[in-house]
Design a protein around this ligand. Structure first.
Ligand code: SLL
Length: 267
């Protein structure tokens, strides 16, 4: 069973996105629905990170079925059969509802991978970012989320909330490594075509700004670089802070020593 040998020192990753899109139900849809209190239609999904060029769908250029066996979405208990197992691509669940909640997403890999399942969490987002989220550099006081009227929300267009991530396999089995290398992921585009701004995510101020303009988000390799730059900048800030506090600590220790000496000399 040479296949069941782990290839030590090798890591291999696959870029994914997970998140949701949500749209406001039209008055006609609400009227014909079995659930008159439902206000939104949404889809939560796990997809490959690159998008199909010129499509309105976020991510999903590659079929992930070659290494993912099942994705389990655990919805809020107010839904019938809240645990939804999806055993083939597209790994997604579409529903209607009235409220936001946390969705547990469990990714199970094909049996031959020998890999443990991965659990992710996504906050289902129904209401536009621009209204519920304070802009960067605005006052740090949290803004009370204001839910727009259905008409205004419909005008703002679909709400997107997507997170980029990389599934990393360390020391994979030889056969699983062969399987992965036989399916190289489509590379992310360097930059986004005009109608596709950056994805919306609270940690990225540029995304937040783009979300105000609407449009279909797309993940790009330029964003990866921007994220790395932001991390470098944050690291620099932390090092400066550390140096500042180290200097303060040294000062205080000197002061302590001086006072202790003074105390002993008085005894
Ligand atoms: C909230 N903590 O209060 C959340 C719970 C639950 C959402 C949101 C409908 C379920 C159904 C639905 O949207 N539940 O009727 O099947 O905001």
């Amino acid at each position: 069973m040479a296949d069941r040998v782990r290839v030590r020192g090798v890591t291999i990753h696959r870029p994914i996105i997970y998140g949701n899109i949500a749209t406001v139900l039209t008055p006609a849809e609400r009227e014909t629905s079995h659930y008159p209190d439902h206000t939104h239609r949404w889809t939560v999904a796990v997809r490959s990170a690159p998008s199909v060029p010129d499509s309105d769908i976020v991510g999903g250029a590659d079929d992930l079925g070659y290494f993912i066996k099942r994705v389990t979405f655990k919805l809020h208990d107010t839904y019938p059969n809240p645990t939804r197992n999806i055993d083939k691509p597209p790994f997604e669940v579409s529903e209607t509802g009235w409220g936001e909640f946390e969705i547990q997403i469990r990714i199970t890999y094909v049996a031959e991978s020998g890999e443990k399942a991965t659990t992710l969490y996504h906050h289902l987002k129904l209401h536009p970012w621009s209204i519920t989220f304070p802009m960067p550099n605005a006052s740090a006081v949290p803004v009370e989320p204001e839910i727009p009227s259905p008409e205004n929300a419909a005008k703002l267009g679909p709400v997107h909330s997507w997170q980029y991530d990389e599934i990393v396999f360390t020391d994979p089995f030889q056969n699983f490594l062969n399987l992965l290398t036989a399916h190289p992921p489509t590379p992310l585009p360097k930059t986004s075509a005009n109608k596709k701004p950056v994805p919306f995510h609270s940690s990225n101020p540029a995304s937040l700004e783009a979300s105000l303009k609407g449009g279909v988000p797309e993940f790009t390799s330029a964003m990866e670089k921007e994220e790395a730059d932001r991390m470098e900048e944050a690291k620099g800030k932390i090092i400066k802070e550390q140096e500042k506090w180290r200097a303060i600590l040294i000062e205080k220790e000197k002061e302590l020593e001086r006072l202790q000496k003074l105390l002993t000399s008085k005894e």
